[in-house]
Design a protein around this ligand. Structure first.
Ligand SMILES: Nc1ncnc2c1ncn2[C@@H]1O[C@H](COP(=O)(O)OP(=O)(O)OP(=O)(O)O)[C@@H](O)[C@H]1O
Ligand SMILES: [Mg+2]
Length: 350
């Protein structure tokens, strides 16, 4: 009776870390074409010429960041003549923060007491001795993009790569910047079902011991990930299905465990320590799928939401961190910078 049971010291996971969203696999199947295009835009740098800029766009969780990180890693392994800088603009959302981070990545540590212009001079002086690839991921999260003008005008040999979920973000960019940037557009489309299955089964091989996964359970996770059009959903389910199976001391992950994992995902999403006001905010957003933050605030107040506009903005940030919603910023439009808030469907809503 107990022979098929997992002992408490045993685990189904060979390498659980490989299910982390930041983990970059050695191979990135089904993105070869896009990676090749990116590499082509960087190639002139290896010949001492100026590179071609790139705008990458596509929905969440489909390998944009992973593909670029992979190309950068390959570049770093093959040449010392090109600096590679990767910045996530959600974490670093102003010119000052970005330039500090670039300095750090260039191993320059005397950034204290320097203002944005001085930091830019440091960057320029280092980078202009060689050439550089700059990646600005989640570019639509930036508060302002002044540093881009400086980079474009004063760094001679570079490829600037901008990554966003929203192709339309670029429409809101000033003409002055567009005419200097002239990026090549590379679209990432969501994976089809066989691709999703291939990616997730390869990840199972990294993360779990052999033959742990039952075929029906795999297909269930693949279906959920494919319907959400997001590999992250699949990775999350792989991990939590494994944990559910372990909690039942099962030596295999079966369909029932994967189903339970989907349920858990929904429950934690609902609970996720949202307070009363955040729930009101979320319900307002759900009713108006794509709305400016200012208009949402009015509706939120009408529904009895409390607090100032500033605290409402913080609630929106919290909801976004919890992946309940997405926001995008339009910089420098007619009304200044505007934030548009979008509702993110949960798994059971697809
Ligand atoms: N082709 C692939 N092969 C293996 N893993 C992949 C592939 N595509 C995506 N992934 C994995 O899926 C997860 C999400 O991918 P990634 O972070 O690149 O998404 P993204 O397109 O940048 O999304 P977002 O717009 O939300 O930033 C990562 O853990 C990544 O390793
Ligand atoms: Mg990304």
């Amino acid at each position: 009776m107990f022979k098929d049971m997992l002992e408490s010291s045993q685990t189904l996971f060979k390498n659980e870390d490989s299910l982390d969203p930041e983990w970059v696999p050695k191979l990135l199947p089904h993105r070869e074409r896009q990676q090749f295009s990116v590499a082509n835009c960087i190639k002139p740098l290896t010949q001492g010429r100026n590179g071609i800029n790139i705008l990458i766009y596509g929905t969440p969780g489909i390998g944009k960041t992973a593909a670029i990180k992979w190309v950068l890693r390959d570049l770093e392994e093959n040449t010392d003549e090109i600096y590679s800088i990767y910045i996530n603009c959600w974490q670093k959302n102003t010119s000052y923060k970005i330039l500090c981070e670039i300095c750090t990545q260039l191993n320059y540590s005397f950034t204290q007491n320097k203002n944005t212009d001085e930091l830019f001079d440091v960057v320029k002086n280092i980078v202009n001795k060689k050439s550089a690839v700059f990646v600005f991921d989640e570019i639509d999260k930036l508060e302002e993009i002044n540093f881009l003008y400086n980079l474009i005008n004063e760094v001679y040999k570079k490829t600037i790569i901008l990554i966003t979920n929203y192709k339309e973000w670029y429409l809101g960019v000033e003409d002055r910047l567009k005419s200097r940037l002239l990026p090549e557009n590379i679209e990432f489309k969501a994976y089809n079902k066989p691709e999703t299955k291939d990616i997730l089964t390869k990840r199972i091989d990294y993360a779990f011991f052999p033959e742990v996964w039952d075929e029906d359970a795999i297909n269930f996770v693949v279906d959920n990930s494919y319907e959400a059009k997001d590999i992250r959903v699949g990775l999350k389910l792989l991990r939590s299905s494994g944990l559910v199976a372990e909690s039942f001391s099962s030596k295999k992950v079966f369909l029932e465990h994967a189903k339970k994992a989907v349920e858990n995902l929904e429950l934690t999403k609902d609970k996720d320590d949202l307070d009363q006001d955040e729930r009101i905010a979320l319900s307002v957003i759900k009713e108006s799928p794509e709305e400016k933050i200012g208009d949402l605030f009015k509706k939120y107040q009408e529904k009895g939401g409390s607090g100032t506009y500033k605290s409402f903005q913080r609630k929106i940030e919290h909801l976004e961190k919890g992946k309940f919603i997405k926001t995008k910023k339009f910089i420098g439009g007619k009304e200044g910078t505007t934030t548009i808030v979008q509702y993110t469907k949960s798994l059971t809503e697809y």
